[in-house]
Write a protein that binds this ligand. Structure first.
Ligand SMILES: *Cc1c(COP(=O)(O)O)cnc(C)c1O
Length: 450
């Protein structure tokens, strides 16, 4: 028998001494957003249930950030798992040019029913970054097809739209992308609108009249840029002005979609709709990778042409993966249950009370909340991603059976909607302990709690 393909259950000779999962990980894995020199060992996760994650020692952790903002109905949800399994037995994947399938069409029909705006077409890709790439490419090609090329793109300061090159280009020039600045395309960055500055921003946009292809924005909440919440009123007036210049508007709802901000989509807080909307993260309930770029007839119909070069030449191997589409349909079923929508409202109220309560601590700045997200800055050190407050809170939270991962000194909670009140209270209490005790001292004196 070929010794490189042992039968299951037959042990190869000279098997090395049994290593732990973390030891094996340390030899073969490169983790995202992780400096591997002197890194802390990753925690082996064996199982998830509801808002809890369990490690190999049986220790549970409340997943207070929804596993990087994706999970909305809790881990290993049996209903979603069942639907993925059923689909896997029927059809796991098929090329999506020249073929179609029920989960992709049904999901498109259901999304078009609930999306805020005049959307008529769903373009599938693999994740949030690719949903953004597709949106930008659609917008640029839209103008080129009409022989009115517009080569400027408008985005907000402090924005984050993903880690691929186009997505990095329309994101804040930050420490995340510093190594690539020379290779990113030029973008006109404007401030998020306030009552004070929006008229000036509108002037800036008018001066570039006819040159701007598209405007990409995270509606009402800039997440990775520091959980910054901005007001709907001035944003609507800015959108009105932008739209009157013919500029295509791209709402990046990769994070804010599917109930995160209290409404089903954050764009629902605004009067002005976008021409393109990007979805991912909560789309599949956080169970599988899938991206959606939806567009209006104005965009789609511009590409209809006898000239083959006017095709949208974009696609990914796993476009419209049937398993991911089935997971999304199941997640939508769960979102439509009235109890789920009520729970989103309850979390919002509790977050609001927590924000009020902690605002009085001298170590807390700008406590704020929107829907299922609550955030504040710890007044220690500089406002930056590498502020040690983040790593300290992560370490301490895990000792308390909670997983938190602040953005530097910007601390936030973004739980799955199934989190219970006692679990939520435990997270609040832990954070009140932090801001009431160790963060009342300067950073250099920081001690972690044992
Ligand atoms: C996370 C995020 C992205 C990128 O999504 P990935 O799936 O991580 O590529 C894009 N836009 C926003 C607003 C996000 O929060």
């Amino acid at each position: 028998m070929n010794s490189s393909h042992p039968e299951p259950g037959i042990k190869p000779i000279n098997q090395p001494a049994k290593q732990t999962l973390t030891e094996r990980d340390s030899q073969v894995i490169w983790h995202p957003y992780t400096q591997h020199k002197n890194m802390l060992s990753p925690v082996p996760v064996i199982q998830g249930k509801g808002s809890l994650l369990f490690d190999d020692q049986g220790q549970g952790y409340i997943d207070a950030i929804s596993s990087w903002w994706v999970n909305i109905h809790g881990h290993a949800h049996p209903y979603i798992a069942e639907k993925i399994y059923e689909q896997a037995r029927k059809l796991e994947h098929v090329i999506f040019t020249g073929f179609t399938h029920e989960p992709a069409v049904r999901l498109a029909e259901r999304l078009l029913e609930i999306l805020p705006g005049d959307f008529s077409r769903i373009f599938y890709s693999d994740n949030g970054s690719t949903a953004v790439e597709a949106a930008i490419k659609m917008a640029i090609q839209y103008w080129r097809i009409q022989s009115k090329p517009r080569n400027k793109i408008l985005a907000f300061r402090h924005s984050y739209h993903g880690d691929t090159f186009g997505a990095m280009s329309v994101s804040e020039r930050s420490l995340f992308t510093a190594a690539f600045w020379d290779h990113l395309f030029e973008v006109v960055f404007i401030d998020t609108p306030t009552e004070e500055n929006y008229l000036e921003t509108i002037e800036q946009v008018r001066r570039l009249s006819g040159q701007i292809a598209c405007f990409i924005y995270e509606p009402l909440l800039q997440a990775a840029g520091g959980m910054r919440i901005y007001e709907a009123g001035p944003m609507d007036r800015l959108l009105e002005a932008v739209r009157s210049e013919g500029i295509l508007c791209i709402a990046d709802e990769v994070l804010t979609g599917f109930g995160r901000t209290g409404r089903l989509f954050a764009s629902e807080y605004l009067q002005n709709r976008s021409d393109i909307i990007c979805l991912s993260k909560g789309l599949t309930g956080g169970t599988m990778a899938l991206g959606v770029t939806a567009c209006t007839p104005r965009v789609f119909e511009a590409f209809l042409s006898d000239d083959k070069t006017n095709t949208f030449f974009h696609g990914h191997s796993f476009t419209a993966n049937p398993l991911a589409c089935s997971a999304s349909l199941a997640s939508l079923d769960l979102l439509e249950v009235p109890a789920c929508r009520e729970r989103i409202g309850e979390i919002g109220l509790k977050h609001g009370e927590f924000a009020k309560r902690i605002a009085k601590y001298p170590s807390v700045r700008n406590a704020r909340s929107i829907g299922t997200i609550v955030a504040f800055e710890v007044n220690t050190g500089r406002d930056e991603y590498i502020n040690e407050v983040g790593a300290t809170i992560t370490r301490d939270s895990m000792r308390h059976g909670i997983y938190l991962r602040p953005l530097g000194n910007t601390v936030y909670i973004m739980p799955p909607y199934c989190i219970t009140n006692p679990e939520l209270d435990k997270v609040y209490e832990f954070l009140e302990g932090c801001i009431g005790h160790q963060f009342s001292q300067p950073l250099s004196d920081l001690k972690t709690t044992e």
